[in-house]
Design a protein around this ligand. Structure first.
Ligand code: DQA
Length: 141
């Protein structure tokens, strides 16, 4: 299976920013581990702090992979355009978050992405991506 992981704003600082919430491991370290766990699968990775680039990548992913794991970061709570892009593509998308967005500030309880996703995995740290991979593994087997 071919999976695209897309990370939104500030997630390039994972492992360094607000470590009490987001942990100490960098995303690159985690990605190496994930690729070793899923050696038979292709995992592409894209991170951007720019809303339009995330939208372009979602459109592109529609042509090239089987599914998307999306952490839109703070755009989750603000971006109608990313929500629409998820709706516009044909492949399944699972929304993930490192933190449990429902146990945090109220503005994080809103997601423009969730209604257009297969589901949401939130609060398991980097394992949220691992759980999403396992979901797709079973779905496509
Ligand atoms: C996040 C949660 C968002 O509310 C926040 O803005 C982030 C990270 C998470 O993975 O927990 O940047 O998406």
């Amino acid at each position: 299976m071919k999976i695209a992981i897309i990370n939104g704003p500030n997630l390039n600082l994972t492992g360094k920013r607000e470590t009490k919430i987001y942990g100490n491991k960098t995303f690159e370290e985690f990605l190496n581990e994930l690729r070793q766990e899923f050696t038979h699968d292709f995992i592409s990775y894209f991170q951007s702090n720019v809303e339009g680039e995330i939208i372009n990548f979602l459109h592109d992913a529609n042509q090239h992979v089987d599914a998307v794991i999306l952490n839109a970061g703070a755009y989750t709570h603000t971006s109608v355009a990313i929500g629409d892009a998820v709706k516009a593509i044909d492949i399944p998308v699972v929304e993930v978050h490192l933190s449990n967005i429902y146990s945090r500030e109220e503005f994080r309880h809103v997601s423009f992405v969730t209604p257009n996703c297969e589901g949401i995995i939130s609060g398991f740290g980097l394992d949220s991506y691992f759980l999403a991979m396992n979901y797709f593994k079973r779905k496509f087997s």
